[in-house]
Design a protein around this ligand. Structure first.
Ligand code: PLP
Length: 451
């Protein structure tokens, strides 16, 4: 390929990146990733980078799997494309639908495919509203979501999301989507115990339902663990209370499993980890480990049976794309054959939790949150008061994230939070390296934050 500087110049000239400050990127030059194997990326200068984010929380089986490439090739030769609209179907979609629903909770036996998480959540908006109309309650239209949530970037999904910066662009949210607070105990829990706070935050849902009138509320959507919002692991009291409220007020519960699904928390679903009984689950990312674009909505029998009484005028050209389905199937085969989730639960997660607690001892770290293989280090200027740093370009999170990148390992930052979500194949040795490097980055970040 071309020399790095030339690639960077072409990239800056023609390629508009997602979620990127184009001017800052052009000044610096994007790092050009040219290959990957296992948990490591390689850049155009031949440097090796340890990926502690599994790409965008998705490459669960790790990079460079030959069998996935073979399956994709075979499928592209046999049937590169056909749709599942009207009266046709194909073998990869049938096989994947059967497989995915066999992994889902017992009451969920139907899946609608999309090309990713955003369009799956857009499906959910239309679907839950139409569901209630079919049940003779057309006024049940409002969807309650949470501040700081991330459910995708399309107009509908970004409306469900609770990111203020996104709502400020494009006049969002769409009508009929409202937000309640998230259960971020560290920053917002005050003098309450996490358990008291979890209950209080869950009960905001009940208050919001009362305010809107339960006859107007269609659904509540949430990630079992809020991911891009900062890996907010809810207190133990939160989800049982949310479940009680949804059941009591006849509100559909949508668990956005795009990050948590397929093993991230040490169980197949985040819903298993938190004992949630969803009516709908959004899936993407780990479904194919990012090897091909695919997502979807898994529906309970109850929701599907109602939807099946009418034709749903909804679908994507790439709903159930044959190659993506074949790739996803192979990914799930690897996940099971290598017992990756069991290994996370029994071996890597406990080891990571120990090392993570060690990082929690660093003077810059107020809280070291971890669940399975997803975690955050909450950076603080004052552990005693659980204070936050000022937001902005010079924020400690940005400094720390950049230092990680310079030292050839990737952690992500959200405000004051440094985040990891490594491939599920992450080894104890990888964890040792991460812990060692992260401690040094925290030291350097502290030095520059107090300069
Ligand atoms: N839902 C959650 C919880 C996510 O984290 C994401 C992406 O990060 C999405 C939905 C959107 O998925 P996609 O980027 O595949 O559209």
């Amino acid at each position: 390929h071309l020399p790095t500087a030339e690639l960077q110049a072409l990239d800056a000239a023609h390629h508009m990146h997602p979620f990127t400050d184009s001017n800052a990127l052009a000044a610096k030059g994007a790092r050009v990733i040219t290959g990957a194997k296992g948990v490591h990326l390689r850049d155009s200068d031949g440097q090796e980078i340890m990926d502690c984010m599994a790409g965008l929380w998705c490459v669960n089986i790790g990079y460079g799997r030959d069998s996935i490439a073979e399956v994709a090739r075979r499928q592209l030769l046999e049937l590169p494309y056909y749709n599942t609209f009207f009266q046709t179907t194909h073998v990869p979609a049938i096989a994947l639908a059967e497989k995915v629903t066999s992994l889902a909770p017992d009451h969920m036996n139907h899946v609608f495919f999309a090309a990713g998480g955003s369009d799956a959540n857009d499906t959910n908006i239309r679907l839950v509203r139409h569901y209630w109309a079919l049940k003779g309650k057309p006024e049940k239209q409002v969807i309650i979501s949470r501040k700081n949530a991330y459910h995708g970037s399309t107009v509908g999904a970004a409306s469900l999301g609770g990111m203020q910066a996104m709502h400020g662009q494009g006049t969002l949210p769409i009508p009929g989507v409202v937000h309640i607070n998230q259960p971020h105990w560290y920053l917002e829990g005050g003098d309450m115990t996490p358990e008291e706070f979890g209950l209080q935050r869950a009960r905001e849902l009940e208050k919001k339902i009362a305010e809107l009138g339960e006859d107007n509320v269609a659904a509540f959507i949430a990630e079992p663990i809020q991911g891009a919002g900062g890996v907010i692991i809810p207190p133990s009291t939160y989800w049982p209370e949310i479940q009680r409220i949804c059941d009591a007020h006849e509100i559909l519960l949508i668990a956005d499993e795009v990050i948590c699904g397929f093993g991230r928390t040490g169980n197949m679903w985040g819903s298993d980890t938190f004992s949630i009984r969803p009516d709908i689950m959004t899936i993407a990312k780990g479904l194919s480990s990012g090897y091909a674009p695919i997502g979807g909505s898994i529906l309970s029998d109850e929701v599907f049976d109602v939807m099946a009484t009418d034709e749903f005028y909804h679908g994507y050209t790439y709903s159930g794309h044959p190659m993506s389905c074949a790739v996803a199937l192979e990914n799930l085969r690897i996940l099971e054959e290598e017992n990756l989730i069991g290994n996370v639960r029994d071996v890597t997660a406990p080891y990571l939790a120990e090392k993570w607690a060690g990082l929690g001892e660093h003077p810059l770290v107020g809280e070291a949150r971890i669940c399975g293989l997803v975690g955050a280090l909450q950076l603080t200027p004052d552990k005693a008061s659980r204070a936050a740093f000022a937001e902005g370009p010079g924020n400690v999170g940005v400094i720390a994230r950049d230092l990680c990148f310079e030292d050839n390992f990737i952690m992500r930052h959200v405000g004051d939070q440094l985040i990891i979500s490594p491939p599920l194949i992450f080894s104890k040795e990888n964890i040792d390296t991460l812990a060692e490097k992260a401690w040094k980055v925290l030291d350097k970040t502290m030095a520059s934050a107090t300069e």
